[in-house]
Write a protein that binds this ligand. Sequence first.
Ligand code: TNX
Length: 529
Amino acid sequence: MNLPVIPAPASSSASNGSFAVGAGHGIAAPPAELAGVAERFAADVALDTGLTLTGDTGITLALEPVDDVPTANGVRADGGEVDERHGLEIIDDGIRVWGSTPEAVHRGLTSLRQLISAHLQDGVAVLPAGRIVDGPRFAWRGLSLDVVRTFHGPDEVRRIIDMLSLYKLNVLHLHLTDDQGWRVEVPSRPALTDVAAKGAIDDRPGGYYSRSELAELVAYAAERFVTVVPEIDMPGHTTSVFTAYPELAPAQIRTVDLGNGASMQLSTMQPGLDETWAFVEDVLDAIIPQFPQSAFVHIGGDEAWGMSDEDHAAFVERAAALVRARGKQVVGWQEIARAAIDPADVVQYWMDVDLDSMDTASAPSDLPDDLLPILVEGLQKAQHDVPKALAAGARILASPTTWLYFDRPHKDATSDPAQEEARKRLGLQFYGPASIQDGISWDPVESLRGVDSVEQVIGVEAAIWCESIVTSQDLELMLLPRLPGAAEKGWSHETVTDWAEYSARLAHQSQAWRNRTWTWLKSTEVDWK
Ligand code: TNX
């Protein structure tokens, strides 16, 4: 059955009849544990559709297990075992949503939100009778958000959390530190916020989240069953730290411009310096308590160009040990697999490059001569990261650049001439453009180089890097309409690559996006509602 729901449910069947949801309906007195979920649903329906559910009949909720869909593969970012499987039934007399946990019921109500959006006409949504039994393929389904290159304030981050929630994504990975800035308070290191946080790319405003703003964001996400995972990127991508604490800086700081706001740094933290470790401990001690839901700390580890393999491994191993000593698990970009890692660590795979088909002649022509060999060597090493991670017993978080880097330019023109300027400006040109259809033409197990079984994958995470992204509208235009496709890869057991089927479901999403004032690329590939 082709329901206007993304991600596609594990199973669904149609029956005869329908139920018309209107303003006089609502959730019938829910069990106490589901009161919050019921309130959230009514508030979300109002924001998605303008329909205010003022009654208390029509929709019943129950805490009842669902076990006729497979359990999720992988690991949850909150480290728990929460079951997200749920059922949703529409009959002539009303609607019933059930699952064994509040989160499961919330996921079921999220499908109902989408059904109401798709069927609403003149204040009434006539929902065809039927039954959905659903649950996720992977336990970790996320978005990595770069808040450094452009600082996205708390209001914008809340809008992004709302998007994640509408597509049953359950992780917001905040990339809080990078060469250009630092976005989080560390009370024992005031120069991070007094100095490093002021930076961003070009003359974009800097900024950081205060401790209370972060606590509010984390709570806002938790209410929507989204876990916020913090990333402190090291030992590369740390130039902003050096501006604040020059005693940590290497002798020479070298920056290479790659165009479009992107740059490359050949300056890294030094594992041989005692001060480095005092700093890392201060940062971890300040940050870990700010993310109580997260069982993980992301330690970065990527692109430590110019550093020896030995130094990089020594750094990763010590930083990872400090995270584990604080009771948290380690997640890092795929380069951490070049160090000795633990089976409980998660390796985030991104460099899905095929070296043989690469055209190094197309590298930026103004690249200094000594850099191309460094880049090529990095790509060669990257081919071994996934096998190394798996050999160490660790598992993979799938973020392949080909399909999940949303800073790839949009390929297809838009039906809105006002968006064409932004479409052509946004994204890193060296990636080459991708269509929305390209974004769903893969599978998170089959398509990953070096991966051969679903057990090796803990989940799926899209990434949005903000070198080319300046405004909130830019950010949303790069996230939508791609985000639902990433969510589908993380959730749906059966990989849909049939564009006609998928784009019919995608077309319905624009109704809620319009009501929520989210900017999306009105790609001509889709017949938007
Ligand atoms: C690589 S992906 C980076 C980022 C850039 C991104 C641009 C990764 C772990 N590091 O620093 O912003 O490419 O797509």
